[in-house]
Write a protein that binds this ligand. Structure first.
Ligand code: SF4
Length: 442
């Protein structure tokens, strides 16, 4: 039996496919590790040995629709849902059974079902083996949903289904209890339960990997300090380097920072979301305290680790001043990399439901839900056009030659990995700039 897993990833900013052999890809592939569906590594580990598994990374690999597969498994994010549905149509028109899962299908299973023989809702660890049995017996059900949160003590070690990549993803925990209004985690019923894998399992997985560098895929590895400190302390002798996401309010803990640094952490990726406290409070991210941000960033940097920050514009208390203020904040605090997004209310999240009730959803064309090129809702204190143009303007400002050089030189102090990552992304930005076109549409 042959299974094909497909991540319908979009192409790069120039509309081209990524090339695995390009210098940019080789050096910067840890970012692609974040974008590779980790679920496929888990599903592969749960699939019986009599199945042959292939994986297509969309935007990199070509799909051969005429190859002989028994089952195709597609994952979906909202922006890629239409592409996933087209791929599903192609395979189904050739008589291949298609199963769809992922964030978007979990939020809108009835929609996804129109394009698939079966929809996997939420975490698939426990439903996938049953689905395969039903498939073999010709009794595939239309929907598969877990009955309870997956017990991480029982899951097998993830299988590396991306052997050609030089960075792998590993997860130690799942879920997040914080319930931020915009976050897709809130749309998966059991993702609110924070769960931890046994430390020895995670250590064994890291130890057995031949990769020197990896990235933790956890939504927040910092939620249980005791667990995280134990994990990091056990990782110290492994001599690996890693990046990880974490919550800023958890990173005041110096013991945790010391353990992270000694374990080989070189970058923290933090969802600040906003430097407007009223906006943070309004989206239920009250634990983020703007007044403490700079102090905590400095602490992290003093332990030799760089900080990348994600910021979203267009919350209900954001005025036009938020753009310049955020730009100043990022620069003053010497962030390694800012991620600057337009607020996008993904289906299934509380913010999508609220905007729908308030009549503020402007488009349900999912291909516009990319956070960069479109505004799909009516902001409160500015027009959609201003929100989009100002976000794109400060993003461009971050890559002026002067800023690029400044950022590359400032990141030298955070070690080789950080320096080379920033240098590569800046170089690529400038090489790609010529000829690249922004869509600039509402
Ligand atoms: S945004 Fe971060 S802290 Fe908030 S619910 Fe999502 S993962 Fe948790």
């Amino acid at each position: 039996m042959k299974i094909l897993f497909i991540d319908p990833e979009k192409k790069n900013s120039k509309g081209k496919k990524y090339n695995r052999n390009q210098l940019f890809y080789l050096i910067y592939s840890r970012y692609f590790a974040f974008r590779r569906p980790f679920a496929f590594s888990i599903l592969a580990a749960l699939t019986p040995k009599n199945y042959e598994i292939s994986v297509i990374q969309g935007g990199i690999d070509e799909i051969d629709f005429d190859k002989n597969y028994d089952l195709v498994g597609l994952t979906t994010t909202t922006v890629l849902a239409n592409i996933a549905y087209k791929i599903a149509d192609e395979f189904r028109s050739r008589g291949v059974t298609v199963v769809i899962g992922g964030w978007h299908a979990s939020a809108l299973p009835e929609e996804a079902k129109q394009y698939a023989d079966s929809v996997v809702i939420g975490e698939a660890d426990e439903t996938w083996p049953q689905l395969l049995k039903d498939f073999e017996n010709g009794k595939l059900k239309p929907f598969y949903r877990p009955e309870c949160p997956v017990n991480l003590e029982k899951i097998p070690r993830a299988k590396n289904v991306y052997p050609r990549e030089n960075t792998i993803g590993i997860h130690a925990t799942r879920g997040c209890p914080n319930g931020c209004e915009f976050c897709s985690i809130t749309n998966m019923k059991f993702r609110r339960y924070y769960r931890m894998r046994p430390v020895k399992d995670v250590i064994e997985e890291i130890r057995s990997s031949t990769n020197k560098t990896f990235s933790f895929q956890d939504a927040s590895i910092t939620t249980n300090h005791k667990y995280t400190k134990t994990l990091f302390k056990e990782m110290k002798p492994l001599n690996k380097k890693f990046s990880t996401m974490g919550n800023i309010h958890d990173l005041e803990d110096e013991e945790l920072l010391k353990a992270a640094s000694e374990a080989g952490c070189y970058t923290w990726i933090i969802g600040f979301e906003s430097i407007n406290q009223k906006s943070l409070d309004s989206i239920n991210k009250k634990k983020n305290k703007v007044k403490d941000f700079s102090k905590i960033i400095k602490k992290i940097q003093d332990y030799g680790m760089a900080v990348e920050g994600s910021f979203i514009f267009g919350f209900d208390f954001d005025t036009i001043d938020i753009f310049d203020e955020t730009d100043d904040f990022i620069r003053k605090n010497n962030l390694k990399m800012p991620y600057l997004d337009v607020l996008t209310p993904f289906p299934g999240t509380p913010i999508f439901e609220r905007f729908k009730r308030e009549g503020r959803i402007l488009s349900k064309d999912w291909s516009k839900y990319d956070g960069h090129n479109y505004v799909v809702y009516q902001p409160k204190l500015m027009s959609p056009e201003i929100l989009l143009s100002k976000t794109q303007e400060i993003e461009k400002r971050w890559h002026t030659k002067h800023r690029s050089i400044e950022r590359i030189t400032k990141n030298i102090r955070f070690g080789f990995n950080n320096f080379i990552e920033v240098a590569t992304i800046e170089l690529t930005w400038h090489l790609n700039k010529k000829g690249s076109k922004s869509q600039n549409k509402k």
